[in-house]
Design a binder for this molecule. Structure first.
Ligand SMILES: Nc1ncnc2c1ncn2[C@@H]1O[C@H](COP(=O)(O)OP(=O)(O)OP(=O)(O)O)[C@@H](O)[C@H]1O
Ligand SMILES: [Mg+2]
Length: 279
């Protein structure tokens, strides 16, 4: 289209609001984290789609936990960007990420050893009493927290804990891990991240965690699962992100790769091709 003397007139653009439905929930680009001479992350990317379980696999020291810590605010990257629902974020600490709906089960569990189970579950988001006792005197609603904790643990069928009054330090490793998983499942509203959630669990409890991961996904919340357990990964993941020497070298639908192929890429026995990055 042209108008006399003015040159071409651009056609009117239809501006549509970004389609949230197709937007990835979480996108990280070029994340870099150095500790002195050690490069834990050397410019890694990650994309988490809606309604998926994304497994992150890689050898020891590949940067999986550091990547997760950047996404959960526990580590501030030296370089790179993170977007949540299309908006760039700069988490200064784990509370920022939690406020954005990202809950994380860390590989090395962050629990308060001397506090009881309900206190650990509600750590940082304690329920206050109603009325002035709550907002004025800041009194905690311990009764409600205990009742909710008991209900949550029963409904997950995850724990073999005998008394809610037990201090976390007296729990077994697997029971502690169960609490961390329960906490993430209960409070994750946008993304749930689990770094080796079954490492300390028995066969039965691991099964529960895998079921829980699928249940969280079915609730519409995507999950990032870091695991060395290949059968677990291949059972629950929709896509597999392979981390090697601080970078993402592959990201493929689980259906497009076999276990030996994934392990070969992970260990460097085979080299990734362009078909191995499918964001
Ligand atoms: N706080 C730190 N100080 C120094 N080096 C660190 C620190 N955290 C991580 N690293 C180093 O960064 C690299 C990546 O570590 P990271 O914990 O992210 O690996 P990972 O893939 O989670 O390994 P694993 O499978 O053993 O859990 C390793 O070489 C590690 O030694
Ligand atoms: Mg790790």
């Amino acid at each position: 289209m042209t108008s006399p003397g003015r040159g071409p007139v651009p056609a009117a653009k239809t501006v549509t609001a970004p389609d949230r439905g197709s937007l990835p929930v979480l996108v990280a680009r070029g994340l870099t984290k150095r500790y002195g001479h050690v490069t834990a992350l050397g410019g890694t990317d990650l994309t988490l789609r809606r309604q998926e379980v994304l497994a992150v696999i890689g050898d020891n020291g590949a940067g999986k936990s550091t990547l997760i810590k950047c996404l959960s605010g526990a580590v501030v990257p030296d370089e790179g960007t993170i977007e949540v629902d299309g908006r760039q974020v700069a988490f200064r600490g784990p509370l920022d990420a939690r406020a954005a709906g990202i809950e994380t089960v860390y590989q090395h569990l962050a629990i308060a050893p001397a506090r009881d189970i309900a206190a650990n579950l509600y750590l940082g988001r304690e329920l206050r009493r109603k009325g002035f006792a709550g907002w004025g005197l800041r009194l905690l609603d311990r009764k409600a927290m205990r009742a909710n904790t008991r209900e949550l643990l029963d409904s997950l069928g995850l724990l073999t804990i005998q008394s809610l009054d037990q201090a976390a330090e007296t729990l077994s490793g697997g029971q502690r891990q169960g609490i961390a998983v329960a906490r993430a499942a209960a409070f994750g509203s946008r993304v749930v991240i689990m770094d080796e959630p079954t490492a300390a669990l028995g066969v039965k409890e691991s099964r529960k965690v895998l079921d829980l991961i699928l249940e969280i996904k079915n609730r519409g919340i995507p999950v990032i699962l870091i695991s060395h357990d290949m059968p677990h990964v291949f059972e629950v993941a929709d896509r597999i992100h392979i981390q090697r020497l601080g970078r993402r070298i592959a990201c493929v639908p689980t259906a497009d790769i076999t276990m030996p192929e994934a392990v070969a890429l992970m260990t460097g026995a085979s080299q990734p091709g362009p078909e191995h990055i499918q964001d």
